[in-house]
Ligand binder design. Structure first.
Ligand SMILES: CC(C)(COP(=O)(O)OP(=O)(O)OC[C@H]1O[C@@H](n2cnc3c(N)ncnc32)[C@H](O)[C@@H]1OP(=O)(O)O)[C@@H](O)C(=O)NCCC(=O)NCCS
Length: 167
């Protein structure tokens, strides 16, 4: 892992990230304003190649409502996969969100494996509180291009997971 560094994203990363979220089937589209707000609020973490500083991957955490947060937009470029980078990105954000209720929606077997080992439980979308689901949709799925991608069948069926803080 010595060739990579993990740090907050900057404004210069947004163009590449928004474009990948548009084309990558496993990701919901993230328009620029969402990513700009995430950069400003230090909610977007990236992994870079130390030599040259190119983006290797990223992950986003976002507030849904009150103490409820979401994790999304996890991506690692294909040539860097299966080296543990996705797991490090997930672990960093899960650690930052300790004490919160955290939701994520994914179709990725790699993400499912990691989050289940970190105490996340599968939840049927119908069992997610309506307020949370509504705020989640408003905050992350308001852009028509996001719906177009989702409804076109381009995206796989998502599974939902939640982690509650220990009592
Ligand atoms: C999901 C993704 C970020 C994983 O990144 P990665 O850096 O390859 O992941 P890691 O190397 O850290 O692997 C994490 C774990 O998942 C396992 N894993 C990786 N790919 C897997 C697969 N296809 N099926 C099952 N397990 C898998 C790894 O073996 C590892 O487990 P281990 O620590 O027990 O060995 C990457 O595949 C990706 O960008 N996919 C496309 C976008 C996407 O679907 N993102 C998820 C949106 S929620």
């Amino acid at each position: 892992m010595e060739s990579f560094c993990f740090e907050l994203a900057n404004a210069g990363d947004i163009g590449q990230i928004t474009s990948i979220t548009h084309s990558e089937a496993g990701l919901a589209f993230r328009p620029r304003p969402i990513l700009q707000a995430s950069v400003k609020k230090t909610n977007l973490l990236v992994c870079r190649d130390k030599i040259g500083g190119k983006l290797v991957g990223w992950i986003e955490k976002f507030p849904i409502f009150g103490q409820v947060w979401g994790i999304s937009t996890l991506y690692v470029f294909p040539r860097f996969r299966n080296r543990g980078i996705g797991k490090i990105l997930l672990d960093r954000v899960i650690t930052q969100l300790q004490g919160k209720i955290v939701y994520t929606a994914t179709a990725s077997p790699a993400v499912i494996k990691v989050v289940c080992l970190r105490g996340f439980k599968a939840i049927e979308p119908g069992r997610i509180p309506k307020l949370i689901l509504g705020m989640w949709l408003i905050r992350r799925y308001y852009h028509p291009a996001t719906w177009k991608k989702y409804l076109s069948g381009q995206m796989p069926r998502l599974n939902y997971y939640v982690k509650y803080p220990p009592l």
